[in-house]
Ligand binder design. Structure first.
Ligand code: IYR
Length: 230
């Protein structure tokens, strides 16, 4: 059989148990320091950092290895301004125009978010992640994509983790609805805006809500194969 990908040996690093746990603890401590940021400095960030974060995202597993994502990096002030204006227009309808259902407003209230998205103009980079709903072959033929949301979500998780590892901050912003990003970024019909990431250094006086992560007991179930009889 003709292999599209030749199979090659894969021997991931192995560690003693103590070392495994130490590494797990260190990685957890690193990612536990990450917070979503809404107050940014306008200090420039090298484009190389954006490239490296996208390279990290590109290592994500994806349905049928179709890698159905596209990251668009924007630094041009005029484009940032257009994105801020369009995002705030939508968010004003959400927050002040009564478009957000009551239950959603209540869920958001503790985060004290508003329709003001000034950070979209402050940051040195806006990166928009688009999900490729289907592929398009060079001749124009459409190719079905599989598990697009799962794949792009994992890629974005790696993306924000890479930014954090470099000392940068971001926000997984979804200015609902975000079709305006397709138009402003000039993207084709097979791509749907997925997340808008403002990227920069956190402002020196940035604040975040003092949230707690769910305890392990609420997020991990050790299932021993037997359903409890009560
Ligand atoms: N997109 C809006 C509302 C919003 C929604 C959720 I879910 C959040 O976790 C935070 C905000 C906004 O950006 O303000």
């Amino acid at each position: 059989m003709e292999h599209q990908y030749p199979f090659v040996p894969y021997r991931p690093e192995r560690f003693e148990a103590d070392e495994m746990i130490k590494r797990g603890e260190e990685f957890h401590a690193l990612v536990d320091r990450r917070r979503s940021v809404r107050f940014f400095s306008d200090e420039p960030v090298p484009y190389r950092c954006v490239e490296l974060a996208v390279r990290a995202a590109n290592t994500a597993p994806s349905g049928a290895h179709q890698q159905p994502w596209k990251f668009v990096a924007i630094s041009d002030p005029e484009t940032k301004r257009r994105i801020r204006e369009a995002a705030e227009l939508e968010e004003r309808q959400n927050y002040e125009g009564g478009r957000l259902p009551q239950e959603w407003r209540e869920a958001l209230a503790p985060l004290e978010t508003t329709s003001d998205k000034g950070y979209l103009e402050v940051v040195p980079w806006l990166v928009v992640c688009f999900a490729e709903k289907y592929g398009v072959r060079p001749g124009g033929r459409k190719v079905k994509h599989y598990y697009v949301n799962e794949s792009v979500g994992i890629a974005c998780g790696l993306f924000i983790t890479a930014l954090h590892a470099m000392g940068l901050s971001t926000l997984t912003h979804t200015p609902n609805p975000m079709a305006f990003l397709t138009e402003i970024c000039g993207r084709p019909a097979n791509e749907r805006p997925y997340i808008l990431f403002p990227i920069g250094y956190a402002a020196p006086d940035a604040e975040v809500p003092d949230l707690a992560r769910k305890p392990l007991a609420e997020t991990l179930v050790r299932f021993d194969g037997k359903l409890g009889l009560s």
